[in-house]
Design a protein around this ligand. Sequence first.
Ligand SMILES: *Cc1c(COP(=O)(O)O)cnc(C)c1O
Length: 491
Amino acid sequence: MAMRAEDTIDLRTWAHRAADWTADYRDGLDALPVRPRVVPGSIAAEIAAAPPEAAEPMEAIFADFDRVIAPGMTHWQHPRFFAYFPGNAAPAAVVAEMLVAGMSAQCMLWQTSPAATELETRVLDWLRQALDLPATFQGVIHDTASSATLAAVLTMRERALGFTGNATGLAGGPRLRIYASGEVHSSIDKAVRIAGIGEDNLVRVPTAGPTRGMDPTGLEAAIAADRAAGHKPAGIIACVGGTSVGALDDVTAIAAIANREGLHLHVDAAWAGAAMICPEFRPLWEGVAAADSVVMNPHKWLGAPFDCSTYFVRAPGDLVRTLAIHPEYLKTYGRDGMVNYSEWSIQLGRRFRALKLWFLIRAHGLEGLRAMIRDHVAWSRDLAARLGAEPDFEIVTEPMLSLFTFRHLSAADGAADAHNLALVEAINDDGRTYLTQTRVDGRIAIRLQVGSFQTTAADLDIAFEAITEIARRLDSATTVTEPLSRARTAG
Ligand SMILES: *Cc1c(COP(=O)(O)O)cnc(C)c1O
């Protein structure tokens, strides 16, 4: 007997239950440890090893979700999530995601969901205006910055090869070269690998100065040396807000070189790009109008639930020529306004991601989003100043927007890296806040970024208390043979 899915599950009842659960969850986050206190394997041990042959009641499934899964989650919407980068999910955008799941349309072509395509075009142009990118830029939504950057690197490759690489492959061709600093995200390394260019051809340009930006003279020298060696420069990747400490390349200077050398310039502003909706932060990416492509993740700071990465390109023709698998789509592109976004993306299948952006931007307005970002930047500066004023803490890198790094100066001399790694672990086990570590000039530093939509100024006070208290407790637990002040002046 044929049975419809709706006969077994009452969607209305369970969607309401899920909505209630979600609202309660969000309201109760403050009381939870940011990172769950679980040991590896403990959750898997609670999950049946084999799939059920017979249908189970939703009541049982939901109860297990509540009992086993939810407590094992790291709470990215927690007000004191200061690790990695934020992953905000504004309530209005969460509602949009529910609607998207309900419709579950596959939005690869205009005709497979006209509204999804046309909304994407419109909303991406809203974002373009919000970021103050020139009208010559057009946007498309990718899942992640990794995919957007891969699309950029593939475009670089094809441009450099006169659009022959897709057909003939790279064997026997010139050695393609891509330029970036050592501060760029690992997704650039990955894109260069996947594009078949080879990581050995990702040229690391030295950085200089407090912003850890690529040295333009070094970039020019690297390009000249490669040309002299018979290699083929293909493109440059600039970073605006590097993942480790927020490194900043001088986009104006690099764009001038890219233009002179005829190279595609891709700007990775996956995290920091969101702040460019605030005019006062735009000097950080001054010159971006001359770039060929820019990636910014609304799923980080801006409030679109994961995943949603926006990729803006100045010449969609090059992108489409690189990624389109059916040349006939080129014929319709730009003529009748019908866009098939799968021709702008790596994957064929596409989720309907524009809806959450539309809900998000309308529910908050640009001013509402700006106000949150401005608060985060101000609170980050305050906290850095407070920690820096403590005698046993040092600020390793000053706030770049809302990201800074610090270190606790341990009495246990010569064990600073181990001490600070132990400190991050202890802070995260404590649960009041959640931080991550990085390496700055070879030494461990603790990263802190303020970016959760739930955060209030009081949460920064709690973080300050947790960090200083745990650091000092750890320190007194290690063998201290001389007073901290003596140890420090000696060191
Ligand atoms: C987060 C981040 C990425 C990677 O983003 P995904 O969307 O997870 O691929 C790349 N570059 C920078 C600068 C980032 O901050």
